[in-house]
Design a protein around this ligand. Sequence first.
Ligand SMILES: [Ca+2]
Length: 503
Amino acid sequence: MRTMCKAELTGLGNRTVRKYLGVAVLMTVMVFVTACGAQTRPAVERQRLNILWIIADDLSPDLSCYGEKAVSTPNLDRLAKEGVMYTRAFSTSSVCSTSRSAFITGVYQTTTGTHHHRTNPKQAPPDGVVPITERFRAAGYFVTNGNSELSGGGKTDYNFRLGKRMYDGHDWRQRPEETPFFSQVQVFQPHRPFHEESRISRRREVTIPPYIPDHPLVRADYSHYLSDVEMLDRQVGDVLKRLEEDGLLDSTVVIFFSDQGRPQVRSKQWLYDGGVRVPLIVRWPDGRDAGTVDDRLVSLIDASASTLTLGGIELPHYLHGIDFLDGERRRYVFAARNRNGNAPARLRSVRDERFKYIRNGMPERAMMPSSYYKLLHYPVQPLMQMMHEKGELTEVQAELFVSPRPVEELYDTQADPHEIVNLAGDPAYAKQLKKMRHELDKWIERTGDRGQVEEEASLEEAAIASSTRWHGSALERRGLRLDSPPEAHVKWWMKHYGVEIED
Ligand SMILES: [Ca+2]
C-alpha cells in the first residue's frame, strides 16, 4: 500500500509557499518521509504556519480603526496596528449561510446550489467540491471550529451537508503535539438579538444614514448594535490573549473578517455596501506590513485560496478565489442574493473600486419585502412601515417601498457612498453601465450561476412555511402576530429599548 507523503500533499514547491515559509519564526513540524522511499529515512524538518480565522457575525467595518467614532474597539485596533487592514473587502452574499457556504469551499454559493437561505433538505456539494477544511486535514493539519470562549463547537450554518464530521475539535489546544492547526473562532456578535446596551449616551453620537429616519428608536437600535460590536472586540481580545499565552502569536497567521454586513435595513440581506462590505484584517506572525492599509478589492471567496496557499496546499482546479495575500489583484467583486427565509429575490451585483451595478431579477418585489426575520428583529422595519403609511418618510426613505423596482441600478460609490442616486438611466454613465452589465453576464456564465432559474416550488413553499411557523411563534411570545399592525411592533420595541417620545 502506498501512503501519500506529506511533502506531496502540501505541494511545497511553489514560489508563494516558499515565501510564506520565510517567515522569521515558524512552527516546526516533523514530516516523516516513510512511504516515499523504500525504507524509513531520517525525519525531514518542515515548518508550517498555523492559521486562525476569527469570524464576526453581521459586522460592517464599524470599528474605530476603520473610522467609526461612536465605538471603542481597542483589541481590533491593535490587531490592525500589528497587521494589514483591508478597506475594500466584500462578502459574496448578504446573509450568513450563503456567504459561509461560499468562503468555506472557495466556490460561489450560486455555483454549488447553496444560494437560498435556507434550504432543506440540504444537498451535498457538487462532485469534487469539498470544504477547505478537508484539504487541510488531508495535509496533516488539526482543524477546529470553536465558539468565542473556545468551550464548544462554533457556528457553521452551511447550506450543504457533508455526511461526515468537518472538524477535529473546537480548540487548537486539543491538537496532538507538533501538529499545525487551521482553526476558526466564531463570534456570535453583533448578530441580533443584541445584548444589554453598554452606554446610553451613545444614542446621541451615532450617525444615521439618509435612507433611514433619524428617530429615537433608530438611534437606540444603532447604539445597541455598537455595544455588541464592543462585546465582539472584547471576545477577540480574549482569543488573541489566549493565543499569546500559548506562545503561538509568532507562528500563527490571524485573519479576522465578518460573514457579511451589519444587521440593518438596506444592509444585511441587501447588496448595497452595508450588506456586503466587511472588515478584513490580517496579522502576520513576523510583523510583516504591520500597521498598513490595503485598498485593493478583496472578495471573501479569496480567503479560501489564500488560506490554502498559506497551508502549502495545492489549489483545486474548481476554486474561484485568488491569492490576495500574494499581491494578486482583482478588478471586480461579485455578490448574489436569492431567497432569504420567506422572502424570495434574485439580485446580482458587480462592483469595481468605484462603481456598483445591481441587477434585479424580481423587480416586482419592493426593497422592503415582507421578511418575517426582519419583522422579528429589525425595529426599523415596522417603524418605517408606520411612517410610510403616515407619509412621514423622505423621498429617499420612501424608495424602500416602491414597486416595481428598477431592473438595473448603478452607483458611484465614491460620490454617493450610501448608493441612493441610481445612475442606470443617466446617459452620461451609459458606457459604464454597459461595461458592468457585460462583466456580470460573463460572471454568471463563467461560474454557472444556478440561481438564475426559479427555485423548485415545493422547496420554496417548505422554506416559507418553516419561516412562517418559526417567526410567528417568536412574535407570539412578545404578544404580537405576523399580521399585527406596525404600530404594535413599534410600541413593543420602544418599551424594549426604553425609548420615550414626548407628544
Ligand atoms: Ca451573518
